[in-house]
Design a protein around this ligand. Structure first.
Ligand SMILES: Cc1cc2nc3c(=O)[nH]c(=O)nc-3n(C[C@H](O)[C@H](O)[C@H](O)COP(=O)(O)OP(=O)(O)OC[C@H]3O[C@@H](n4cnc5c(N)ncnc54)[C@H](O)[C@@H]3O)c2cc1C
Ligand SMILES: *[C@@H]1O[C@H](CO)[C@@H](O)[C@H](O)[C@H]1NC(C)=O
Ligand SMILES: *[C@@H]1O[C@H](CO)[C@@H](O)[C@H](O)[C@H]1NC(C)=O
Ligand SMILES: *[C@@H]1O[C@H](CO)[C@@H](O)[C@H](O)[C@H]1NC(C)=O
Length: 608
């Protein structure tokens, strides 16, 4: 019965529409229409429209969410004497100082209702600064935020947005590189407080997994889950990411999710056993191998904010194990530096064949490879694998320092070698990325490194303190990962992620600095450079490769193919089944072809 529930609700909605009452029909009539660049659009409701909810309706929503609805104010609001019509005046020097200090701290940013780690996408119209000048406005940040404490609060938020035809945004930690946790004039649902963690030693739900599992509220972050898994008796490990403050069961798992153990146990999304998700009709739905298997598959990497709001996820746990890590630094401003970069990048397939994982940060003159992770490897086993790489560097006369450390468990490796990396807010930049597959490294390895070199240029971008956000809009830093989840789980449709993940070698992102307060034309210029100049160099050098939906370019051309490959048609069908009216929207995700943010980054509308 439950399996066919969505068919049934589609039928009911169709019946309602035919009878001319309630549901979709009414919402479509309410949608304001407009023309823009010669096309006709039907739009979501915004606060200047007649269809925007009355104050009494917002009050009702606030009651339904037990008083957890907040009128949003940007982080910098207490710093401004002048506040725009949609931001309550809150000038307060003490609070301003806290905001100025907190803005660069990931944990502080996460705790705010809607502040972004990558502020470009807020339109930076109210940045925290002592003695700030000008007027604080919301820019592209949400108008209201449901600070959800329960799944019922999430349901109330989704129902309200659907009923009133509002733009709905889901915001967990605000880490999104691509601006997908914000939206002009929207109602946001903040899932940060859904942080329950419950372990079981033997999973007995649907599917063939009988090992350990853990059920996570969708707000749980790595800094909570990794220690909890380690403190269990016996300790376990999970496939998460590197960064302590990324959320596991929000954007990470719905985008695919790679991390230190992905070469050994598969992608983050491959770990999912069951989702609880609030779907577009406001129902709290279960998706697993037996109940709604289509939705289950799609939620495993089919796109963030696309099929529903996750409220919890059950994922596999695995036994703890000895892990070894290595740090390597290559420095220098001559050609040998780039020889070293090529020696490293061309070695990716060798590392992934051993199930290893690597994070590296590259700018001109400095390659910081830290760490190389060897899951379930002693120092001796690890050294055998990495020795050919070190030998090659020696042979080529490359200057480097390196250090190898064995840890008795994964948690200690993560804590010592990852947990302090890149965990910062106020990243005034935008990103693009490319996922290189094994075949391209084999056939075009040197061309790829040449393309990377061109993308990095003079290298004065910013990421976690690497060079720290210079003004030059033409320079980038690259962060990357050596990872192949296909080493652990080779089946191409195991999850909805791009099949190229099963042949992955490195997943890289490049970071380009942006200035706060750029005009629309300047924004378009820098986006164009990210997509068409820098991105094109990487595409040209890797004809068989793809991109990673969480670490890519939001304006990627042919995004359907580049982010999902052959899995796209099935995802589109599932999106049309579960969210036919577009309650959920994030740019460049399945089913958003007709949707567009028009009028200089503001109204979300559907082409007629
Ligand atoms: C410092 C840093 C380190 C990173 N490290 C890694 C890494 O090691 N591995 C990796 O794979 N990725 C990594 N990422 C990328 C990361 O996976 C994505 O940014 C991811 O989208 C973040 O998810 P979030 O829920 O924490 O963030 P948010 O910005 O809050 O949300 C991201 C997206 O997911 C949607 N979303 C959030 N919660 C839900 C929900 N409950 N239901 C439905 N949709 C939801 C949002 O609407 C948005 O589209 C990193 C990013 C940063 C900034
Ligand atoms: C976005 O920022 C630009 C530049 O400051 C400004 O002209 C524009 O009005 C802003 N738009 C919104 C909706 O804040
Ligand atoms: C680690 O590897 C050994 C074989 O070398 C294997 O027996 C063991 O199961 C592995 N441990 C884990 C947790 O995968
Ligand atoms: C490499 O550089 C980083 C950053 O400066 C440093 O933390 C690390 O210890 C260095 N590693 C080695 C092996 O020197």
């Amino acid at each position: 019965m439950v399996v066919y529930k969505h068919l049934l609700s589609a039928l009911l909605l169709a019946t309602n529409a035919a009878a001319g009452r309630g549901g979709i029909q009414k919402r479509q009539n309410d949608a304001p229409t407009t023309t823009w660049n010669g096309a006709t659009y039907s739009c979501k409701c915004y606060n200047s429209d007649d269809c925007w909810p009355e104050q009494s309706a917002w009050d009702e929503l606030n009651t339904a969410v037990d008083g957890n609805l907040v009128a949003n104010a940007p982080a910098g609001a207490p710093c401004y004497q002048n506040h725009g019509a949609n931001v309550e005046a809150t000038y307060n020097q003490q609070e301003c100082q806290e905001a100025v200090q907190g803005y660069g701290v990931a944990e502080w940013v996460d705790d705010q209702p809607a502040t972004l780690m990558w502020p470009f996408y807020s339109n930076t119209t109210c940045e925290p600064a002592q003695n700030a000048q000008g007027t604080c406005t919301l820019g592209f940040l949400p108008e209201y935020v449901v600070m959800a404490k329960t799944a019922e609060h999430v349901q109330a938020g989704v129902q309200f947005a659907a009923e009133h035809n509002l733009r709905l945004v889901i915001r967990n930690t605000g880490h999104d590189f691509m601006g997908r946790s914000t939206g002009y004039g929207s109602l946001a649902i903040n899932t940060h407080a859904l942080n329950s963690i419950e372990f079981t030693s033997s999973y007995d739900g649907p599917g063939d997994w009988t090992g350990g599992a853990v059920t996570l509220g969708s707000g749980v972050q790595h800094s909570q889950l990794y220690p909890a898994a380690n403190q269990l008796d016996p300790p376990v490990v999970v496939v998460g990411g590197e960064c302590p403050t990324v959320g596991i069961a929000g954007g990470f798992i719905q985008g695919g999710g790679h991390g230190p153990l992905a070469g050994y146990h598969g992608l983050g999304s491959d770990q999912a056993l069951e989702f609880k998700v609030v779907t577009a009709d406001g129902d709290l739905t279960t998706a697993n191998a037996e109940e709604n298997p289509d939705l289950f598959w799609a939620l495993k990497g089919g796109g963030p904010s696309t099929f529903g709001v996750l409220t919890s996820v059950t994922i596999k746990t695995h036994p703890e194990m000895t892990c070894t890590g290595m740090s390597v630094n290559i420095t220098g401003y001559d050609e040998t530096f780039w020889t070293g970069v090529a020696d490293f990048h061309n070695m990716a397939n060798h590392f992934t064949e051993a199930g290893m994982y690597v994070w590296f940060a590259l700018m001109n003159g400095n390659l910081n490879i830290q760490p190389v992770v060897g899951p379930n490897m002693t120092e001796q086993e690890f050294t055998q694998v990495v020795q050919p790489f070190l030998d090659k560097l020696d042979q080529d006369g490359v200057q480097y320092q390196h250090e190898i450390r064995e840890f008795s468990n994964f948690y200690d490796l993560w804590y010592n070698m990852f947990s302090k990396t890149n965990n910062v807010g106020d990243q005034q930049s935008l990103v693009g990325g490319r996922l290189f597959v094994a075949e391209d490294i084999e056939q075009h390895g040197d061309e790829i490194v040449d393309a990377i070199r061109e993308v990095i240029g003079a290298g004065s971008g910013g990421f976690g303190g690497f060079g720290g956000g210079g003004a030059a809009a033409s320079a980038a830093v690259m962060g990357g990962h050596v990872v192949n989840p296909g080493h652990a789980i080779p089946q191409e449709d195991y999850s909805a992620t791009h099949p190229a993940w099963r042949r992955a070698a490195t997943a890289n992102l490049y970071i380009v600095s942006a200035e706060p307060g750029m005009s629309w034309e300047e924004r378009k210029e820098i986006e164009d450079m990210v997509t068409n100049t820098l991105g094109q160099k990487l595409r040209d050098a890797s004809p068989n490769s793809a991109s990673y939906i969480n670490e890519g370019d939001v304006n990627e051309p042919n995004w359907q193919e580049t982010y999902w490959g052959d899995n796209y048609p099935r995802l589109l069908e599932i999106k049309q089944t579960w969210d036919p009216n577009g309650v959920f929207y994030a740019k460049s995700t399945p089913g958003t072809e007709d949707w567009e943010v028009i009028e200089y980054g503001t109204r979300l509308c559907k082409k007629q």
